[in-house]
Ligand binder design. Structure first.
Ligand code: NAD
Length: 466
């Protein structure tokens, strides 16, 4: 198999290679071992995952270093490892209640119903590069507890964490036989969809559409978590200090490389001046994590192709009249691509920066005169992932949130679904498809419902012929 080169986001150099496996062979192996995994008690599956958690804790440093090399940023890499550890605990606690079987009577007195759920044998996960570990694991953990075998194909742009993670899995043979990560690019992803029984895909709308088509051809369930262009609406009554800090974080954390980044800001005309002043002053305080990784908050742009998109969108906006209030420079420093938090005013929806996903630390702002206008602007998008509303009272904010076509609305905060996974949500429009990955019910996506209809008395049914 041909090796695939991997670029380092801080140096721009190729310093790592990955090798795609024979996908069909790996899938056959996992599918065979899954039968045992499905039949063991849930307690045993939980014990295996807890054992794995300890192995990850033991190798935590190596995993963090691999993620640092993958992404060029430090703090978020630590957060990724720690949130996977706590996610393992959370799902292990939730699973017993979620996987309880129920027995019911039916409307017919001599027939009972036993409602069962059967795991899809082999679940495939295809994940992106922006949170390489977190998004490789988010669907895998509940699927494993449900009794599925799981095969994950992370992005070819940030794959260095795969080998250290496989080393931790080697320490739990029971889990290793039904769970793996494979290296590869889009060809490997496409080959995977040919083999599995259910696909969880996180990535772009363009690829998501191809994945949906491939899954439809095979009649396998597809759960798609795609791009976004999340709006924030700031009403006149909002606490400006709180709103500017939350929106800045929600826009530039992980250098804006997050599906649920705030990418459009709509502010009541009455407060636009103090709002802009505060936002720009706070944005200017943030520094690039350059030349050393500990230097500042803003890491490099991980994917070179994303740097080209950000640059093109910025230029398009400037050509159409946008004003750069701060930042605005996409720089190549020692081979890596960097961009300071960039506040833009005088933007409108004819600009790509207001209609296409940017995936960078860019904060374009527009004033509005009426709440109705703000809602219409927020909904003027092909996306519907999440949104934020800022107002003095929760009631006022909720009334606006109610009219926004998005899966999750943060009230007086931004991008909360990045941290709080309890709320069930479905993306609207092009942002995704399928049952909620958040909330306890996420685990049930990996089970097929199966009904046993049980005759309890040896009597003849009145509807039989003879
Ligand atoms: P991408 O669509 O280019 O790639 C995602 C994954 O799909 C990669 O592993 C890639 O190798 C694989 N792939 C590419 N072509 C394929 C094909 N034809 N068949 C099967 N697999 C294929 O996305 P990306 O650039 O890695 O990630 C960024 C995108 O992901 C952004 O649009 C972002 O909004 C989105 N995203 C969404 C969420 C969410 O939860 N909604 C979270 C993170 C990122």
């Amino acid at each position: 198999m041909t090796r695939i080169p991997v670029r380092n986001p801080r140096t721009g150099e190729v310093d790592y290679w990955i090798t795609p496996p024979n996908v069909a062979e790996v899938c056959d192996r996992l599918r065979f071992a899954q039968r045992d995994w499905q039949s063991v008690d849930l307690d045993q599956r939980i014990a295996a995952l807890q054992q794995w958690k300890q192995a990850i804790q033991h190798d935590r440093e190596a995993l963090i270093q691999a993620l640092v090399a993958d992404t060029g940023r430090f703090g978020v890499s630590v957060l990724e490892v720690d949130s996977v550890l706590s996610s393992l605990d959370r799902w292990c606690q939730l699973a017993p209640e979620l996987l309880q079987e129920t027995e019911k009577t039916t409307a017919i007195p001599f027939i009972d119903l036993k409602q069962d759920s059967v795991p899809y044998p082999l679940v495939g996960v295809i994940s992106p590069w922006n949170f390489p570990l977190l998004l490789a694991m988010i669907d895998a953990i509940p699927a494993l507890l449900a009794g599925c075998a799981v095969i994950v194909k992370p992005s070819e742009i940030a794959p260095r964490f795969i080998q250290p993670l496989l080393k931790t899995l080697d320490q739990v043979p029971e889990l290793r036989s039904i769970f793996t990560f494979i290296e590869g690019a889009k060809e490997t992803g496409a080959a995977l969809i040919e083999q599995i029984d259910l696909i969880c895909f996180t990535g772009s709308v363009k690829t998501g559409r191809q994945v949906a088509e491939m899954a439809a051809k095979r009649f396998i369930p597809a759960f798609l978590e795609l791009g976004g262009k999340d709006p924030a609406i700031v009403l006149q009554s909002a606490d400006l200090d709180l709103a500017t800090s939350a929106i800045l974080w929600g826009s530039v954390v992980n250098t804006g490389q997050s599906c649920l980044s705030i990418e459009r800001i709509y502010v009541d005309q009455a407060i636009i001046e103090p709002f802009t002043e505060q936002l720009v002053s706070k944005a200017k305080q943030l520094k690039l994590a350059y030349p050393t990784i500990q230097d500042g908050e803003i890491g490099p742009i991980i994917a070179e192709r994303q740097a080209a998109i950000i640059s093109e969108q910025l230029q398009d906006a400037i050509d159409k009249g946008a004003i750069v209030q701060c930042g605005g420079n996409l720089e190549n420093l020692d081979g890596g691509w960097w961009c300071d938090p960039t506040v833009l005013t005088k933007v409108n929806h004819s600009m790509k920066i207001m209609s296409e996903e940017t995936f960078g630390p860019i904060l374009p702002m527009m004033p509005f005169n009426t709440v109705g206008e703000a809602i219409a602007l927020a909904n003027d998008s092909i996306y519907g992932l999440s949104a934020a509303v800022f107002a003095e009272s929760t009631t006022e904010a909720l009334e606006v949130g109610d009219r926004i076509e998005a899966g999750a609305i943060s009230i007086n905060d931004a991008a909360l679904t990045a941290l709080i996974h309890e709320g069930e949500k479905n993306a609207f429009h092009a942002s995704g498809m399928g049952g909620s990955r958040m909330g306890a019910a996420a685990l049930k996506r990996f089970m097929r419902k199966k009904a046993y209809l049980i005759k309890t008395k040896p009597i003849r049914d009145p509807w039989w012929y003879v």
